[in-house]
Design a protein around this ligand. Structure first.
Ligand code: HCA
Ligand code: CU
Length: 468
């Protein structure tokens, strides 16, 4: 491979889970959740937190106010950014709440000028200049976001940047609002902008409509962008923006830069998964369940010899661990390794026989350890290990408050550990949940977690005594 390139070391993250992320359909954060997410983002070392658009609603205002208070108390270290339309009222709210920075956005493509702002290019330049100066007059740092910059007329974009620089903005966010960039163009764009405006720093805000958001933010950083916008789990309008966990991993792999504490990424991703109610698909990079899980015999054999064969970086880099699954694709090495770990000694020929049984059941998706022990017992005729104690299974009927959307409750219940199946039902109750727990204490915790879900009115638990 070609030698790795160097990247300027200035690149940092602005995480917008609390602003862009909350624009994901169905996502709302409570004030407490907003504060908790901000603390987690600061703890992992995110340079800037876009905490929300305070003029949108009183609860967002309150959340940002509490985050800014924690910043003042030194609990949160990141720069706190408040989003704002280019209208005086929003700017006043951003200044009153004492955000470190106000980010003023304005759509500058002809489509946005016409269909949203009902204005001309010249008129827009005047109101942009006016609002940026107005914000500056409140003594706050200002970023200007050129919304839909990547579909705007280029000469006009340059004029806009000149205008906001002269009005006092020290950062400009280049928003690929509908995700139409691709990497080589992105790099060219940022190279050109950074050479023309050495006194401005640039952010890249890349939407993922064409699946290239991560590639585009890397290219932008190569081109000279110093702040990359991300959200945890890639949340955001439509299909979202570049996911923090993937951007951070790519920066580590390609440039050796650690923009955040990589080991804690997974924890923060889970927190956001829980609070957003948007479950990550298992095949999501870095923090998805299968990100470091191997399957085919050739792969597992390779990984058992040297994990580098099929891993770009060790899972421990991200506080995770590797695993492999056993099914008809499995080879001998994996089966042997699994029995070794279970403390069961099998001869080569016994392993071959177990493998033959596995391959003759092509529709089994996963062999769990208990299944494997059972197979080995049938092959060897020996009792290999006492059966693990049976777990408690229970059905929990859930009644929702009459004003809530049942599916939003269902989505949150699905994420609770120990929940095996969730069904929306008709009758006296709205949702039926099948749960599995190792003992009654754990069952109690699961019930409590279900009762704590917003919108749950009451529950009725039935233990499963016998299954046929
Ligand atoms: C929005 C638009 C925005 C702004 C990006 C930014 C976009 O939803 O308000 O402020 O950097 O994608 O253009 O998210
Ligand atoms: Cu956006």
């Amino acid at each position: 491979m070609l030698p790795k390139k160097k990247l300027h070391m200035k690149v940092g993250i602005l995480d917008s889970t609390l602003r862009e992320g909350e624009q994901t359909p169905g996502v709302v954060f409570t004030t407490d959740q907003r504060v908790e997410i901000a603390k987690a983002l600061s703890d992992i070392g995110v340079q800037m937190i876009e905490a929300g658009h305070p003029a949108v609603s009183p609860d967002i205002y309150e959340g940002i106010r509490r985050i800014i208070k924690l910043k003042r108390e030194g609990v949160i270290k990141s720069e706190i950014v408040a989003h704002s339309r280019a209208v005086k009222r929003d700017i006043e709210v951003g200044a009153e709440i004492e955000a470190d920075r106000i980010a003023i956005f304005y759509g500058i493509s002809d489509t946005h000028l016409k269909a949203k702002h009902h204005t001309t290019r010249d008129e827009a330049l005047r109101s942009i200049a006016e609002t940026v100066s107005y914000a500056k007059s409140h003594g706050v740092k200002v970023r200007f976001t050129a919304e839909d910059a990547t579909r705007a007329d280029y000469q006009y974009l340059l004029e806009v940047i000149k205008t906001v620089r002269d009005a006092g903005a020290d950062r400009v966010s280049i928003a690929d609002t509908v995700g139409v960039l691709y990497p080589s163009r992105t790099r060219e764009l940022f190279k050109d902008l950074t050479s023309r405006f050495p006194d401005i720093e640039f952010d890249i805000h890349a939407h993922n409509d064409l699946g290239m958001a991560v590639a585009n933010v890397l290219a932008a950083a190569e081109g000279g962008a110093t702040i990359i916008h991300t959200t945890l789990n890639g949340l955001g309008e439509r299909v979202g923006i570049a996911p923090l966990q993937v951007v951070a991993a790519a920066l580590k792999y390609h440039f050796g830069i650690e923009v955040v504490d990589l080991k804690k990424l997974s924890e923060v991703a889970s927190l956001v998964e829980k609070y957003s109610g948007i479950a990550l698909p298992p095949n999501f990079p870095i923090t998805g369940d299968y990100a470091f899980v191997h399957k085919a015999g050739v792969h597992v054999a390779g990984v058992l010899n040297d994990p580098k064969t099929y891993e770009f970086l060790p899972p421990e880099t991200f506080g995770r661990s590797r695993d492999y699954v056993i099914d008809k694709y499995t080879g001998k090495h994996a089966v042997k390794d699994r029995f070794d770990r279970l403390g069961v000694k099998l001869t080569d020929s016994e392993i071959d026989q177990v493998l033959a049984k596995i391959k003759s059941n092509p529709n089994v998706r996963f062999y769990r350890d208990v299944d494997l022990l059972e197979l080995a017992e049938s092959v060897t005729g020996r009792i290999l290990k006492p059966r693990p104690p049976e777990n408690i299974m229970a059905l929990i009927s859930v009644k929702c408050d009459s004003n809530v959307y049942t599916t939003s409750v269902t989505r949150r219940i699905v994420l609770i550990e120990g929940v095996r199946e969730v069904m929306e039902i008709s009758g006296d109750y709205d949702i039926l949940v099948k749960v599995e727990a190792k003992d009654s204490t754990e069952l109690n915790q699961i019930i409590e977690s279900i009762r704590a879900v917003k919108g749950v009115k009451s529950t009725l638990t039935s233990l499963i005594l016998k299954k046929m």
